[in-house]
Write a protein that binds this ligand. Structure first.
Ligand code: HEC
Ligand code: HEC
Length: 328
C-alpha cells in the first residue's frame, strides 16, 4: 500500500497515456466532423452544456444569449413588475432549471433538442418545444402563455436547441430533467418533513416558505415553495417524486449536488411531503391526462384507473400502486 501511495503519480500518468493511446488508435478511422459533433456527449458519461462564451456575437448568438437571459431572469421580463408583460408569479425558469438548465439532475435541458417534438401523455398530443415552454409558464410560473412566434419564445427555443445541440437525435442523456428516486415502502410524512424544513431550508426560503424578494421586489433571491406566488397544483413539481428528486440533488442550494446530496432519500421524500402538504394556487387543466391509466402513480388528483385514494397517490406508499398496475 505504502509503495503504491508513493508511486501514485507515475501510475496515474501511465493510465492516462494508455487511455489516450487507445483512444487515438480507435478514433483515427472516424471523420473529424463526427468526432467533433459527438465530443461533448461521448467523451465523458456526464453531459456537459456547451460554453456560452464560445458563441459568436452574430444575430443567432445574440438570440441564444437573449433566450438564456429570459430563462435566468424571467421575472424581470414577465414577473409582476416585468418590463415586457406582467403575466407570471415572479419566479424564474432557473429556479427549477438550475444554471439555466446546464446542471445534470437539476432540471437539465440536455434532452430537449434531441427529443422534441414528442408525444406526451399529459396532453395526449405531440408537443413542440414552444408548447412545452408555455406549459411551464402556465403551471410552474402560474402565468399566461406567450406568443409562440414572438421574439422571446424564439429566443428561448434557440437557447434550448443550442444547449442540447451535441446530443444525438432521440437520445436522453443521463442527468436530463430530474432523477427517478427509489420509492419508500411507507407514505412520505409531512410531520417528519417539517423539522427538516425548519433546520435546512427555512434560512433561505423563510419559515413560512414564501421565499425572499430582492430590494425592489422585482425578482426573488430565494423563491417561494408554496403560497400564492408559488407554482400551481398542475405543475410537474407538485408531484411528490419530482420535488423529492429536485431537493435531494440540488438543495440546500450551493451545498447539495448529485454526487454529494445533503439529505437522505427518506429525508428528501418527507421534506417533499411537507412542501406538497401546503396551500398553493389551484389551477386545473381539464384537458390533462386524456388517458387516466397513463397518469403517473404520484399524480395527486383523480380520476384514476385504479381504486387507490387520492391521498395515497399524493404521499404514497407507492409500491402497492405499482404492483397493482403490473397485475393488470
Ligand atoms: C417550479 C419549477 C419550474 C419552473 C419555475 C419552470 N419549470 Fe420547466 N419544468 C419543471 C419540471 C418539474 C419539469 C419536468 C422535469 C422532469 O420531470 O424530468 C419541467 C420541464 C420543462 C421542459 C421539458 C424538459 C424535458 O426534458 O422534457 C422545458 C422545455 C421547460 N421545463 C422549460 C421551462 C421554461 C422555459 C421555464 C420558464 C418560463 C420553466 N420551465 C420554468 C419545473 C419548472
Ligand atoms: C442557501 C439558501 C437555500 C437553502 C438553505 C435552500 N434553498 Fe431551495 N432554493 C434556493 C435558491 C437560490 C433556489 C433557486 C435556484 C436558482 O434560481 O438558481 C432554490 C430553489 C428551490 C426549489 C425550486 C423552486 C421553488 O421555489 O419551488 C425548491 C423546491 C427548493 N429550493 C426546496 C428547498 C428545500 C426543501 C430546502 C431544504 C432541504 C432548500 N430548498 C434549501 C436557496 C436555498
Amino acid at each position: 500500500m505504502k509503495l503504491f501511495e508513493s508511486n501514485w503519480f507515475p501510475v496515474l500518468l501511465g493510465v492516462v497515456i494508455v487511455i489516450l493511446t487507445v483512444k487515438s488508435i480507435f478514433s483515427s478511422g472516424e471523420k473529424k466532423d463526427d468526432l467533433f459533433l459527438s465530443e461533448n456527449f461521448s467523451s465523458t458519461n456526464e453531459w456537459q452544456a456547451p460554453d456560452i462564451s464560445s458563441l459568436p456575437d452574430d444575430v443567432q448568438g445574440k438570440l441564444i444569449r437573449y433566450g438564456r437571459e429570459l430563462i435566468v431572469n424571467t421575472s424581470l421580463f414577465f414577473g409582476p413588475k416585468g418590463k415586457i408583460a406582467a403575466i407570471t408569479n415572479g419566479m424564474d425558469c432557473q429556479n427549477c432549471h438550475i444554471d439555466a438548465g446546464a446542471r445534470n439532475f437539476g432540471g437539465a435541458f440536455s434532452g430537449v433538442a434531441s427529443t422534441y417534438p414528442k408525444y406526451r401523455e399529459r396532453s395526449g398530443r405531440v408537443e413542440s418545444i414552444e408548447f412545452r415552454i408555455n406549459d411551464c409558464l402556465q403551471r410552474s410560473l402560474n402565468g399566461k402563455t406567450i406568443d409562440s412566434t414572438g421574439k422571446e419564445m424564439q429566443a428561448m427555443v434557440a437557447y434550448l436547441k443550442w444547449i442540447g445541440k451535441d446530443v444525438p437525435k432521440k437520445e436522453t442523456p443521463k442527468g436530463a430533467g430530474l432523477e427517478t428516486l427509489p420509492f419508500l415502502d411507507r407514505a412520505a410524512d409531512p410531520e417528519k418533513g417539517k423539522p427538516i424544513f425548519l433546520a435546512k431550508c427555512a434560512s433561505c426560503h423563510g419559515e413560512n416558505g414564501q421565499g425572499q424578494f430582492n430590494h425592489d421586489s422585482s425578482f426573488y433571491l430565494y423563491p417561494p415553495l408554496w403560497g400564492a406566488n408559488s407554482f400551481n397544483v398542475s405543475a410537474g413539481l407538485y408531484r411528490i417524486s419530482r420535488v423529492a428528486s429536485f431537493v435531494k440533488n440540488n438543495m440546500p442550494f450551493g451545498q447539495a449536488s448529485h454526487n454529494s446530496p445533503q439529505l437522505s432519500n427518506e429525508e428528501s421524500w418527507d421534506v417533499a411531503a411537507f412542501i406538497v402538504s401546503q396551500q398553493r394556487p389551484e389551477k386545473f387543466f381539464g384537458e390533462d391526462w386524456p388517458k387516466t391509466q397513463t397518469k403517473p402513480v404520484d399524480h395527486p388528483y383523480g380520476p384514476y384507473a385504479d381504486n387507490f385514494p387520492e391521498k395515497q397517490h399524493k404521499y404514497g406508499p407507492f409500491p402497492p400502486i405499482v404492483a397493482a398496475r403490473k397485475n393488470k
